[in-house]
Design a protein around this ligand. Sequence first.
Ligand SMILES: Cc1cc2nc3c(=O)[nH]c(=O)nc-3n(C[C@H](O)[C@H](O)[C@H](O)COP(=O)(O)O)c2cc1C
Length: 161
Amino acid sequence: MKKIIIYTSKTGSTEKCAYELYNNLDNTDIINLNKNEPNINEYDLIIIGSPIRIGMIDKKIKKFIYKNLQLLENKKLAFFICCGFDQNKKTYFETNIPENLMNKFLICESFGGETDINKQTGINKLLVKMISKNNDINIKILDDNINSFIQKINEFDKKSL
Ligand SMILES: Cc1cc2nc3c(=O)[nH]c(=O)nc-3n(C[C@H](O)[C@H](O)[C@H](O)COP(=O)(O)O)c2cc1C
């Protein structure tokens, strides 16, 4: 099964997760949507990854989804987000993904996130500082979620042979 990972990333964590998938999946291409526009016709499974900011997926990812809605409806799909508040993932999926497409996803998962203050600029630096001050919040990449995502795709891959 030919696969592609299509992602964007503002401060690198979605990119890191996308490459973690890429390094653990066979027969897979990877594209940063900020640099290239993929031709998804040639793929069986499309894996889409986006960071969450103010509750929203990246604009480029959203535009890509709506532009290719009909094509995507006929593909196998998987979706991941990087976000600080993993507990809100259900809301993030429901608000950002068209309802008819939601049913098509093999997996929809949050990989957690990172909030490195040194990678932020302007007002974002201030926002991240405010979030980080709250010691109850432990924002990190959720390796277990990435591993079970990889496992599910590999199992699906085996079944489709
Ligand atoms: C300005 C800003 C807004 C954010 N808004 C949210 C949010 O609404 N919900 C959330 O769970 N995480 C939020 N985050 C955390 C990011 O999703 C997290 O840092 C993620 O790892 C960023 O991915 P990236 O490094 O690929 O850009 C926000 C981060 C920034 C800097």
